[in-house]
Design a protein around this ligand. Structure first.
Ligand SMILES: Cc1ncc(COP(=O)(O)O)c(C=O)c1O
Length: 371
């Protein structure tokens, strides 16, 4: 049996007509740069995120880079984030001229620990980037007041969490709604994936929104006049057309992911070796990844592979131990919770179209391995 981690061909089969119509409209018009689909998608994503503004850009990485650039960091300025995330979160801090400061995560949710943030703040701290990892939001009700007390920006890395919600002080809030801004990725494997790269920033702040619109167009609001040096980081019109066609399906896809996740969790719950993801009761998880924690993880992955079952390790080497950040002075043991997660997590296939018998095969293979 071949059980892939993700099957985008299955998704495409279900939405082919909608997507092809949308793409062909752009092709017939030959209007590829900043066509009307970009603004339409921005309006739709702002509505979904309950923000006043949304700014499309070239990738989820650039969605982090642009607001970090808008902070005008000086050499030595620090941005606090988690080491248990995709590399882009910290790479963008470096590329914006800042120094990444890593703090450890919560052992249950794998999201950044608010207590650890507080302890890491210095006079040079400028911003915090909590990552809503795997599709579950970080503890914003604790993080936002810390930022407020110290005058720091909060950039929510919501690359894996479009449409995720959290109850913050008794009210449901969307990913990206409460921070200084939220950043999204449309990388094909995300819950809302483009046919290539794409990203977006959502924010309530009109001044920041204007600055980001300039920064994505070489720093100029008017053509050939550059107020500052920016980037070429537009969202392709073709990608915006694909995403607009897919967006009406996003809620049902995330529900299907959650249904698959619930089936796994039921099968694994109470098992002495397999620890299913802990969902904070304040969260609606969108399961970009279904990630379990297990002993003998690498052996399990090898066994799954033998059986034709796809899986992935997100993430095998925490960012504080990456060779490129060695000059920051972290060591093995600096972030024990992240380091332990990196050796014991494994993500299983959870995509919306996953056939039931494929999921049964995954469950059987995992349970048999630990029998
Ligand atoms: C947490 C996180 N941040 C940032 C990114 C970067 O997004 P992109 O690949 O669209 O540049 C990703 C995804 O790949 C991600 O998972």
């Amino acid at each position: 049996m071949n059980v892939p981690l993700l099957d985008l061909v299955a998704q495409y089969g279900n939405i082919k007509d909608d997507v092809e119509r949308a793409v062909m409209a752009v092709i017939r018009r030959q209007g590829f740069i900043m066509g009307p689909e970009v603004a339409q998608l921005e309006a739709e994503v702002a509505k979904l995120s309950r923000t006043r503004h949304a700014i499309g850009c070239a990738s989820g990485t650039d969605a982090l880079l642009l607001p970090l650039r808008a902070l005008d960091l000086e050499p030595g300025d620090e941005v606090i984030t988690t080491p248990f995330t995709f590399f882009a979160t910290a790479g963008a801090i470096h590329n914006a001229g800042g120094r990444p400061v890593f703090v450890d995560i919560d052992a249950a949710t794998y999201n950044i620990s608010p207590q650890a943030i507080e302890a890491a703040i210095t006079p040079r701290t400028r911003a915090i980037i909590p990552v809503h990892l795997f599709g579950q939001m970080a503890a914003l009700e604790a993080i936002l007041p810390i930022a407020e007390r110290h005058g720091l920006a909060v950039i929510e890395d919501a690359a894996q969490a479009i449409g995720a919600r959290r109850q913050v002080n008794g009210e449901w809030r969307m990913a990206g709604e409460l921070g200084t801004c939220g950043t999204l990725s449309f990388f094909p494997s995300k819950n809302l994936g483009a046919f290539g790269d794409g990203g977006m920033i959502v924010t309530q702040d009109p001044v920041l929104a204007e600055r980001l619109r300039r920064l994505r167009l070489h720093g100029g609001a008017k053509q050939y006049v550059h107020d500052e040096v920016g980037f070429n980081s537009r969202l392709d019109t073709l990608q915006a057309a694909v995403l607009l066609a897919k967006l009406p399906y996003l809620a049902e896809w995330s529900t299907a992911r959650a249904r698959n996740a619930a089936r796994y969790t039921e099968a694994f719950s109470g098992h002495p070796a397999v620890c299913p993801p802990h969902v904070d009761p304040a969260n609606t998880h969108i399961y970009n990844q279904y990630t379990i924690r297990v002993p003998r993880r690498d052996e399990l992955q090898a066994r799954l592979k033998e059986r034709g079952i796809g899986s992935a390790i997100y993430y095998p080497l925490p960012l504080h131990l990456q060779p490129c950040f060695s000059r920051l002075g972290y060591r093995q043991g600096s972030m024990p919770v992240s380091e332990s997660a990196a050796t014991s997590v494994i993500s299983l296939p959870v995509y919306p179209e996953m056939p039931r018998d494929h999921q049964d095969a995954v469950i059987e293979a995992v349970l048999e391995f630990y029998a």
